[in-house]
Design a protein around this ligand. Structure first.
Ligand code: SIN
Ligand code: CO
Length: 390
């Protein structure tokens, strides 16, 4: 099926030809896209303690490219220059559920690869400077115009301006140049240098950001899990052969050590039990998995009444969800770094919960006759994993 977001390409052909390979500009990927908040509301959000924000002053700060981390204050906004600054707010999907729905359009990439939706606000000439990111990004123009220049030049640490909180390139040689208007979208694979400059006041750009762990990060987390969960095994050498020089560490010893180390990761069951937990761990200190947990517990009858009155519920954006199908009978659902096996009549609920962000009452109603469905939904409600917007 072709996807209008991808310029009427099929998701499969986008993944085959562009994903992690080359940039793609899609004019009017989101025709009629409107930013559902005002610049003042965004500034207000950046002043809250559970919101990750940064204010970047290219000029007129204590030094060029000064970065002030949130929570920001009214005072910070009172003395801003007319031009050349940017406000960045992370996880806007967590703060405004209707923007979370935007992420549903990117379902052709697995959820666990997704990081968050960030928004930037800038007056004329506002920019975060020419830079590379380590991750894939879709840059959606929300309001105003932004000029994007990109370059495939290789960028190493020596190519960055030293001693800055931002990674900004000393020299940027643009190869392609576009002005994006509201609804236009630019996809960039990791490490493609880019430089976006606001062309007018009230320029807002949304970044759908992805994440990809490094090998060291994987090992660091995996080892903690394996050390705790896997039974220990000792080095053995019943095949020890006589060697003339006892000081030598022989090739067989090294082979044994290698095999012993590798046996740690050969157990696929524990590898997937760990990986599901790892990728659903909380994003950072700003969100808490329980932030939407209700103060008052409900009985199933009260919950179903509320479900009908509220016409449905939402899945929390403060928590990451993923699942692994273990076998025909059992699926492990991972939520917020924890594993929950689902089997029998409610096994399908892992797929059901992770396939969408908003659940209409009409869609839930026929499922309520399934044994255990209502109770499971109520458990998730009590945990804060699904919630009523009020
Ligand atoms: C911006 O929106 O100004 C910056 C986004 C990015 O370069 O990744
Ligand atoms: Co960037």
């Amino acid at each position: 099926m072709t996807n209008p977001l991808l310029g009427d390409r099929e998701a499969q052909s986008f993944l085959r030809d562009y994903w992690q390979k080359k940039p793609l500009l899609i004019r009017q990927a989101l025709p009629g896209f409107e930013v559902p908040f005002s610049p003042e509301e965004l500034a207000g959000l950046a002043c809250e303690s559970d919101v990750e924000s940064r204010l970047i002053l290219e000029k007129d700060g204590a030094h060029p490219w000064q970065v002030k981390h949130g929570p920001l204050s009214e005072e910070d906004f009172a003395h801003l220059p007319e031009t050349h600054w940017t406000l960045l707010v992370q996880e806007i999907n967590r703060h405004l559920p209707e923007l979370a729905l935007l992420l549903d359009r990117f379902r052709f990439v697995p959820h666990w690869r997704l990081d968050d939706l960030m928004v930037s606000y800038a007056p004329k000439h506002g920019s975060v400077g020419p830079h590379i990111d380590e991750y894939d990004v879709f840059l959606i123009q929300g309001a105003g115009k932004r000029r994007w220049q990109i370059s495939h030049q290789p960028v190493g640490p020596e190519d960055l301006i030293p001693d800055l909180a931002l990674r900004i390139m000393k020299e940027f040689k643009p190869e392609q140049d576009w002005v994006l208007e509201p609804g236009d979208m630019l996809y960039l694979p990791p490490r493609v240098a880019h430089y976006g400059v606001a062309q007018d006041n009230d320029c807002m750009t949304f970044s759908v950001g992805f994440r990809a762990p490094t090998r060291n990060q994987l090992w660091e987390h995996f080892i903690d899990y394996a050390l705790e969960k896997q039974a220990d095994v000792r080095y053995t050498d019943p095949d020890l052969s006589w060697q003339q020089h006892p000081g030598e560490i022989g090739a067989e010893a090294i082979a044994h050590v290698q095999a012993l180390l590798e046996s740690l990761r050969h157990d696929r069951q524990s590898l997937q039990a760990w990986f599901g937990r790892f990728v659903t761990e909380p994003r950072g200190p700003f969100s808490s998995g329980t932030e939407l947990a209700p103060e008052k517990a409900l009985t199933l009858t009260q919950f179903l009444k509320e479900l009908q009155a509220q016409e449905g519920l939402w899945r929390s954006e403060a928590v990451r969800f993923a699942y692994i199908r273990e076998n025909e009978e059992t699926t492990t659902l991972f939520i917020d770094g924890q594993a929950y096996p689902l089997s029998g009549s409610i096994q399908f609920m892992a797929e059901w919960l992770t396939d969408q962000r908003h659940f209409h009452f009409e869609q839930i109603q026929p499922l309520l006759k399934i044994t255990g469905f209502g109770e499971q939904l109520l458990n998730w409600y009590h945990a804060g994993y699904v919630y009523f917007p009020e």
